[in-house]
Design a protein. Structure first.
Length: 171
């Protein structure tokens, strides 16, 4: 009961100038095995780590060896987890960069292949165009024949909307 009431009070009053004195009292009067109030104080300091920058908190931390040790362990654990997260993110970024480079190479190859389409397969009119996308539909101005190009490395179904897509400059 006291623990839950203290937790509720702490949640509302952790900014109080008296909270550091209350923390000092809790750490100096409770046995080390009784972590109920101590954990609330430690978690509050960890959650609002700007408290350790205040003079009254620095004094309490320096005077109480158990509090200092627990805070050190708590912050060291967080630092280790943060370092692990940063390393995981770096690995993920490296993988994404490799995938991006592969996709860029594939895209370039696809557009180069599409740019080789020089004339209409039906009426042989010259197109004189440059593709900028990996898949496209174009329509001959003269005979209205549709020419579809889709990157063959990743086949996908064409929707009605995609079927109707035409490069506007060719209409």
């Amino acid at each position: 009961m006291a623990r839950s009431r203290f937790a509720e009070w702490t949640g509302q009053n952790w900014t109080s100038v008296h909270y550091s004195a209350i923390a000092a009292e809790a750490f100096s009067t409770t046995p080390a095995e009784d972590v109920g109030l101590r954990d609330i104080i430690l978690n509050t300091i960890a959650e609002h780590n700007s408290l350790v920058d205040k003079a009254e908190w620095q004094e309490v931390i320096l005077e109480n060896e158990q509090l200092s040790r627990k805070l050190l362990c708590l912050f060291a654990g967080r630092l280790t987890r943060s370092t692990d997260i940063i390393e995981d993110q770096r690995r993920r970024i490296a993988i994404l960069e490799i995938e991006r480079d592969e996709q860029s190479t594939q895209f370039s190859a696809s557009t180069n292949s599409m740019n080789e389409i020089a004339q209409c397969r039906y009426c042989s009119i010259n197109f004189d165009i440059v593709f900028e996308r990996a898949d496209a539909t174009l329509r001959c101005r003269s005979c209205r024949t549709r020419h579809h190009y889709q990157d063959s490395s990743e086949p996908r179904e064409r929707s009605d909307e995609t079927q109707a897509a035409v490069i506007p400059s060719l209409l």
